[in-house]
Design a protein around this ligand. Structure first.
Ligand code: HEC
Ligand code: HEC
Length: 342
C-alpha cells in the first residue's frame, strides 16, 4: 500500500506512468538525436533520376571485373545491408581483410570504413570499382564497363543533364551516394527521443539507462549511436585477447602511420546492430551479447552482470528499423548481358 502511495506522490499529474521515463528521456536527448528530421528531408529525393540511377548501379554486377559482384552482394537488403560473413568475399572469390559494415544509415557518419579511410559515401563509391570488391584496374576500365551496358548513357544524361559526357566515375559516385543518403531506418528509439516515452519497453529503458551510466555513450552517441569519432579498440586492454582476432589489424595506423593511431577504429554506429552479425572490424565475434560484454571489458574495464547484458542488448534491439522500400526491392536494371551468379 505504502509503495503505491509513494509512486503516486512521485509522479506529476498527467506524466507518463513509467517511473523515471522523463529524466531518462532528458538524458537520452542530451546524448543522442532522432533521425526523424533526416528521414523527412530525404523524402523529396526518393524516386528522382539521380537516386534511381544510384539504386540501379548499386544492384548492377556488370561493372565488376568478373561481371558477378555488385555493391548489393556484399551489402544485401535481406541481411540489413551486410553479407553476414566475418570478412567479405569479393571479385574472383577473393576475401577482403575486413567485415562489411551495413550501408543503412552509413551516410550519417563523419567518415566511412572501419579506419575512416574514406571521407564520405561519395568518395567510398568512387573508389569502390577499383578495390577488391570490383577489381577494375582503373577508372577508364570501370567507365568502359558502364558504357557497354545499353541504357546507362540515357540514365546518366537524365540524372546529370548539365554534363556533356555524364558517364564518369564521379557521377557514378554522386548517384550511388545520393541513393545511400536515402537509406535511413528510423526505429522505436527515434519515437522515444521524439517524446513518445512508451515506445520503449521497461527492459529497453533499463538498457538505455545502463548504456548511458556504464559509459557506452562516451563513444556511441549522436544520430547513429556511433559514426562520429575514432577510438582505440582496447582502450583498457588488448582487444585481440578478447576477440581472438588473427591477424591483428592496426586500424587507422595503416592510414596515418602515427603511433597514437595504432588499433584506433571508427566507433561504429549501432543502428540495426541486432541484424548485422558478426561483429567488429574482422567479424571475430558472432553474438551481440558477447560483443557487448567485450566492449565493457576492453573499453571500460568493467565486467557486466548477465542482467546488464540482457538489458543493454534489449535496448540495442530497439534500434532495429525497417528495411527501406527502395532497398528491399531490387530495381529493374537496363537490359544487356549478365553472368551467372556463383
Ligand atoms: C566484396 C564485397 C564488397 C563490395 C562488392 C562492396 N563493398 Fe562496401 N564494404 C565492404 C567492406 C569489407 C567494407 C569495409 C572496408 C573497410 O572498412 O576497410 C565496406 C565498406 C563500405 C561502406 C562504409 C560503411 C561504414 O560504415 O564505414 C560503404 C558506404 C560501402 N561499403 C558501400 C559500398 C558500395 C556503394 C559498393 C558498390 C560500389 C560497395 N560497398 C561494394 C565490402 C564490399
Ligand atoms: C572508448 C570508446 C568505446 C566505448 C566506451 C564503447 N565502445 Fe563499442 N565500439 C568502439 C569501437 C572503436 C568499436 C569498433 C571496434 C572494432 O571492431 O574495430 C566498437 C564496436 C562496438 C560494437 C560492434 C559493432 C559492429 O557493428 O560490429 C558493439 C555492439 C558495441 N561497440 C557496443 C558497445 C557497448 C554496449 C558499450 C558499453 C558497454 C560500448 N560499445 C562501449 C568504441 C567504444
Amino acid at each position: 500500500m505504502a509503495a503505491v502511495v509513494l509512486l503516486a506522490w512521485r509522479l506529476p499529474a498527467g506524466a507518463d506512468d513509467r517511473p523515471h521515463a522523463a529524466p531518462l528521456l532528458q538524458d537520452a536527448r542530451s546524448n543522442f538525436q532522432s533521425i526523424t528530421a533526416d528521414v523527412a528531408a530525404q523524402q523529396k529525393n526518393l524516386g528522382t533520376p539521380v537516386v534511381e540511377l544510384g539504386r540501379k548501379l548499386f544492384f548492377d554486377p556488370r561493372i565488376s571485373a568478373d561481371g558477378v559482384w555488385s555493391c548489393m552482394l556484399c551489402h544485401q537488403p535481406s541481411l540489413y545491408g551486410t553479407d553476414a560473413h566475418p570478412k567479405s568475399r569479393g571479385v574472383f572469390d577473393k576475401f577482403l581483410p575486413r567485415n562489411a559494415p551495413t550501408v543503412l544509415n552509413s551516410a550519417l557518419q563523419f567518415r566511412q570504413h572501419w579506419d575512416g579511410g574514406r571521407e564520405s559515401v561519395e568518395e567510398q563509391a568512387k573508389l569502390a570499382p577499383l578495390g577488391g570488391g570490383f577489381g577494375n584496374a582503373n577508372d577508364a576500365q570501370a567507365v568502359d564497363r558502364l558504357k557497354a551496358v545499353p541504357g546507362y548513357a540515357d540514365l546518366f544524361e537524365a540524372a546529370f543533364p548539365d554534363d556533356k559526357d555524364p558517364v564518369t566515375t564521379t557521377n557514378w559516385a554522386a548517384a550511388i551516394g545520393a541513393y545511400e543518403h536515402t537509406l535511413l531506418t528510423p526505429s522505436r528509439f527515434d519515437d522515444f527521443l521524439d517524446g513518445k516515452t512508451d515506445a520503449l519497453t521497461p527492459s529497453e529503458q533499463a538498457g538505455l539507462r545502463k548504456f548511458i551510466d556504464i559509459g557506452c555513450v562516451n563513444c556511441h552517441d549522436g544520430r547513429g549511436l556511433g559514426g562520429d569519432s575514432f577510438e582505440k579498440f582496447g582502450a583498457v586492454s588488448d582487444y585481440w585477447n578478447a576477440t581472438h582476432s588473427d591477424p591483428i589489424d592496426l586500424g587507422r595506423f595503416n592510414i596515418t602511420k602515427a603511433d597514437a593511431d595504432r588499433y584506433v577504429f571508427k566507433v561504429p554506429p549501432l543502428r540495426n546492430v541486432e541484424k548485422t552479425a558478426p561483429y567488429f572490424h574482422d567479424g571475430s565475434v558472432e553474438k551481440l551479447p558477447d560483443a557487448a560484454r567485450i566492449m565493457a571489458k576492453v573499453q571500460l574495464g568493467k565486467d557486466l552482470a548477465p542482467r546488464d547484458v540482457d538489458d543493454i542488448v534489449s535496448f540495442l534491439n530497439s534500434l532495429t528499423g525497417e528495411i527501406p522500400a527502395n532497398f528491399a526491392q531490387a530495381p529493374v536494371l537496363p537490359s544487356g548481358q549478365f553472368h551467372e551468379k556463383p
